[in-house]
Design a protein around this ligand. Structure first.
Ligand code: TYD
Length: 140
């Protein structure tokens, strides 16, 4: 498990047998939150950048259940890291208040997103400068 600015790459166990693979992600067991929402992203062209926001309250777990993409995370304090999602049993955990960009989607990419919160557009921060200012206020 590697750790970067609060984001963590998580490996889930594969329950494979001769019939194929099965990966389990249980809330509060394999990831540090209960799952209230799932959504998934597919059909994004390779030149598309998605995300481009931070969340005040939502935590996320992102898994490329098919295909690949990259996730760049920033903490608003000048630190950033890039993760490659390329295996269906590997996910990236994103705590609250992390800026994320998803990009470099393969044609077959299906990016599954698990979230700790129901959708609330009010808790999305979509302006990077506003995010940096909020982080600076938190650090005071
Ligand atoms: P958006 O946040 O732009 O997607 P991403 O960050 O993954 O690139 O969401 C796209 C649209 O879907 C936008 O109109 C908001 C809506 N949406 C919901 O209604 N509920 C949700 O849980 C999510 C993630 C998005």
């Amino acid at each position: 498990m590697s750790k970067h600015i609060g984001a963590q790459l998580l490996e889930f166990s594969q329950k494979g047998d001769e019939r194929g693979h099965l990966v389990i992600v249980e809330g509060m067991q394999d990831i540090p939150f209960d799952i209230k929402r799932i959504f998934y992203i597919y059909g994004s062209a390779p030149n598309v950048v998605r995300g481009q926001h931070a969340n005040r309250r939502s935590e996320f777990l992102l898994i490329n259940v098919a295909g690949t993409c990259k996730v760049k995370v920033k903490d608003g304090r000048g630190n950033e890291a890039v993760f490659s999602l390329n295996r269906p049993h590997t996910g990236i955990y994103l705590p609250q208040m992390i800026w994320k960009d998803m990009y470099d989607f393969s044609e077959d990419s299906v990016l599954l997103c698990l979230s700790s919160e129901h959708y609330d557009p009010e808790e999305y921060i979509r302006d990077y400068n506003e995010f940096v200012n909020m982080v600076a206020d938190e650090d005071k």
